[in-house]
Design a protein around this ligand. Structure first.
Ligand SMILES: [Zn+2]
Ligand SMILES: [Zn+2]
Length: 332
């Protein structure tokens, strides 16, 4: 596949899509149903549907039964931890192996022409981005993600929160399932803005931003405080009427879905075709630090003047914003 039909490559070899990033049409006024219908397949495929399916499969075939989860015990907690470790390792690892280790599509559709592990850096443990990322991900990220799952399922199993069933409230739960990525976006945007404040950035979020050129294993390379904040989106299900499968979908969306923004390629080639990754918005955040705190599912970055759609015009606006800030700081 010729990636230059879909984008451009600069002198350094970095590839960028020709098409500007679009904010979802969900919140435009007046609503435009045609636009929303055209946008819908990209919203659902491939990732959202994949995480819905994974939640259903995990819940029915891999998670311990409810009676077991009523009582906290090491056996089932460690079983979920082992399951999550294996699932994250396989899901992230498939993309890391194919795109960054085997380099099966070279730099086709790759935003940054360099491969992170080709350059050693002192900011990383063992001087390698991938090894550093594995430590943060598996020593802190997956155990904290599992901790939330254990807590939420224990609460559901004991009936401490209302449990709405699919047989009685199908439409409510389907609508809630559809809206959960929007909740994730709102929650992520707020948490993300918070950890970009100077103190929290220095002590917490800078760990994640060490990966300027991310790869799949960078996804959960975060300080544990960031993991705690990031995965707390699932607590919504203890406040509103919900169902544990939707809580699990929320957690898979956050855990597996963290990979989406860090894949480093705009398209994954499969045979003669391929699929879009939707990674560019968050890639620009890693590249420029102070743009795209969200992913454009809600117009929050637009509202706060931090949206970067990948065009030269957006780049110029960002540069002007940075210059104004420096001038302000120099005056004080
Ligand atoms: Zn990131
Ligand atoms: Zn950030």
């Amino acid at each position: 596949m010729d990636d230059l039909q879909h984008g451009t490559r600069n002198k350094r070899g970095d590839w960028a899509p020709k098409r500007a990033l679009q904010i979802s049409p969900l919140f435009t006024f007046p609503p435009n149903p045609i636009k929303i219908l055209k946008w819908l397949p990209g919203y659902l495929l491939p990732w959202n549907v994949l995480f819905m399916v994974s939640a259903v499969v995990f819940w029915h075939y891999l998670m311990p039964d409810l009676a077991t989860m009523q009582h906290l015990a090491w056996g089932w907690v460690l079983r979920i931890l082992a399951l999550n470790m294996a699932a994250i390792f396989v899901f992230y690892g498939v993309f890391e192996l194919r795109l960054f280790i085997q380099r099966r599509q070279g730099t086709h559709f790759k935003y940054n022409a360099k491969f992170p592990d080709d350059t050693k850096s002192d900011v990383f443990l063992f001087k390698k981005q991938s090894l550093d990322s594995l430590v943060w991900c598996f020593a802190f990220g997956v155990p904290i993600w599992t901790g939330y799952q254990v807590g939420v399922f224990w609460v559901f199993a004991n009936g401490y929160v209302p449990w709405v069933s699919f047989s009685d409230n199908l439409w409510y739960l389907l609508a809630l399932g559809f809206a959960l990525p929007i909740w994730h976006e709102l929650h992520f945007f707020c948490v993300h803005r918070l950890i970009h404040t100077p103190f929290l950035y220095k002590w917490v979020h800078s760990v994640h931003h060490n990966s300027v050129n991310p790869s799949p294993f960078s996804s959960l390379a975060m300080h544990p405080v960031e993991h705690i904040l990031y995965f707390s989106s699932v607590l919504l299900h203890l406040i509103i009427p919900s169902n544990p499968i939707l809580a699990l979908y929320q957690m898979h969306f956050a855990g597996f879905g963290a990979m989406v923004g860090h894949i480093g390629f705009d398209k994954v080639e499969v045979g003669q075709g391929g699929f879009d990754t939707h990674a560019y918005s968050h890639y620009l955040h890693h590249k420029h630090f102070e743009v795209n705190y969200g992913d454009g599912l809600m117009p929050l970055d637009k509202l706060f003047g931090t949206w970067h759609d990948g065009t030269a015009q957006a780049e110029a606006q960002m540069e002007a914003r940075f210059k104004r800030r420096v001038a302000r700081m120099n005056r004080t």
